[in-house]
Design a protein around this ligand. Structure first.
Ligand SMILES: Cc1ncc(COP(=O)(O)O)c(C=O)c1O
Length: 445
């Protein structure tokens, strides 16, 4: 059978190329369930183990050089071991790493963020995107005195209890008490009427609408024309706080999608690239809302603390990365994304395939689906077997991307490397073509 032959060929090549990952996996599973400390880094037959990274590449223990287009799920934007980030970290550690007080690094990074992101008058730092959305939601609830929050299906906001619904099909989110989600409402992304209806019907209890400007982890699904404007108008009209979760989307512009598309939310979360590859979360927004945390403004400020908040070494590393992620850098990395998209679309047509690639800036998600994708539901219909095979096959060819077809670029990648990657994806599609013809012929032109 074609299917078995292709599966065997790709898996055998993977096992042959990465035997040291297998050895390490077999040791690690004795101490970490599944041999992976995050659900997403596990894949069959066993996850790849990386030894180190340098610039656009990561290196395996076998000595194989892989073009890294995971870039730490978007946290790394200048490639591995960026000299300015490394210098900031080295100097920071030598100076004592952190002091649990306000610092110059916090000032520099907060100022830069407030200058760049239209929705930031004031910000607060924490340690992950998950914490950032948790606190943005708490801030909205505390400020309005209301409990309900509306989110979009397919939107990913981290792993805290009230937003933990996964964007993946094959994982569960058991263990969350009903009470944690009873005040969460959900409508499909890009559905104008559903959003309007739920906001109208719940306005008096609704603290906030939280949304990504485009679905990121949910498949790079862009908003329909006017959708974000609709969200802004409805929330304003009904006195509901609009939160843009830009933890993933921030990198498409120096000031995130809100700057790109000219829609300013009341609260915003960012993370990932903002920490220069180190763990960070940031939430912030309008002064009148953020002053709820201010000891100088109220006798009883909203409590927000954390051992590692505003960790000085990280602040300096984040500033080093972000200050050089300027208009030029964003222009360059986005042009790489456009080139990648163009090459892929040509490859799809030349292989007679009706599959999709959703791209914005340096983020691109390939979908084994035969219509243009505007909803999270369509993304879930993308053929998972083809994603798994393509991912393994690309590793065999020296390309390291995210298993669900997601590619995240860095400024250390060149145009030649983009063209090389397109040619490797093209080869992989040719390899998969007999299987597509046999089992997935709805994907043929
Ligand atoms: C839009 C968005 N929000 C929140 C998060 C959670 O961030 P973290 O993984 O740092 O907790 C992510 C992570 O992928 C994200 O993409």
């Amino acid at each position: 059978m074609v299917q078995e032959q292709i599966e065997k060929k790709i898996a055998d090549a993977y096992r042959e190329k990465f035997p040291m990952s297998k050895q390490r996996h077999e040791k690690l599973i004795n101490y970490i369930p599944g041999g992976a400390t995050r659900s997403l880094s596990y894949f069959k037959p066993y996850p790849i183990h990386i030894d180190y990274g340098q610039g656009a590449y990561v290196y395996t223990h076998e000595g194989h050089k892989l073009l890294d287009v995971t870039n730490a799920y978007g946290a790394i934007v200048h490639g591995h071991g960026d000299p300015d980030v490394v210098k900031a970290v080295q100097e920071g550690i030598v100076k004592g790493s952190q002091y649990s007080t306000p610092t110059d690094g916090q000032y520099k990074l907060a100022k830069l963020l407030c200058e760049r992101v239209p929705g930031f008058d004031k910000v607060r730092f924490l340690n992950s995107g998950t914490e950032a959305t948790m606190f943005a939601m708490r801030t909205a609830r505390a400020f309005t005195g209301r409990d309900k929050i509306l989110k979009m299906s397919g939107g990913f906001h981290g792993t805290h209890d009230s937003v933990a619904a996964s964007t993946k099909k094959n994982v569960i989110t058991a263990g969350i008490p009903k009470g944690m989600t009873q005040d969460m409402l959900e409508v499909p992304f890009n559905d104008f009427d559903a959003m309007e209806k739920v906001i109208r019907e719940n306005a008096s209890d609704l603290a906030a609408v939280i949304m990504e400007p485009f679905l990121g982890a949910g498949g790079i699904v862009l908003p329909k024309q006017g959708y974000l404007e609709h969200a802004r108008k409805l929330t304003k009209d009904h006195n509901v706080i609009l939160i843009f979760d830009e933890i993933f989307s921030f990198r498409v512009n120096t000031g995130g999608c809100q700057k790109l598309w000219g829609i300013t939310p009341d609260l915003t979360t960012v993370g990932k690239v903002v920490g220069g590859g180190l763990p960070i979360g940031v939430f912030g927004g309008k002064e009148e809302i953020m002053n709820i945390f201010c000891h100088e403004n109220t006798a009883t400020p909203l409590y927000h603390s954390g051992t590692f908040n505003g960790y000085e070494t990280l602040m300096q590393a984040g500033y080093a990365a972000l200050s050089k992620y300027d208009e030029n850098a964003v222009g360059y990395i986005n042009s790489l994304g456009d080139r990648f998209q163009k090459g892929l679309l040509e490859s799809f047509v030349s292989n007679g395939l009706k599959i999709q690639s959703n791209q914005i800036g340096s983020l691109l998600n390939l979908h084994f689906y035969n219509e243009s994708i505007t909803t999270a539901e369509q993304v879930l219909c993308s053929e998972e077997q083809l994603h798994s095979l393509m991912h393994l096959s690309l590793l065999n060819k020296g390309i390291f991307n995210i298993p669900r077809g997601l590619f995240i670029l860095s400024t250390s990648i060149t145009e030649n490397e983009i063209d090389h990657m397109v040619s490797k994806i093209d080869e992989t599609l040719k390899e998969l073509l007999p299987l597509i013809e046999e089992k997935y012929n709805h994907l043929l032109l």
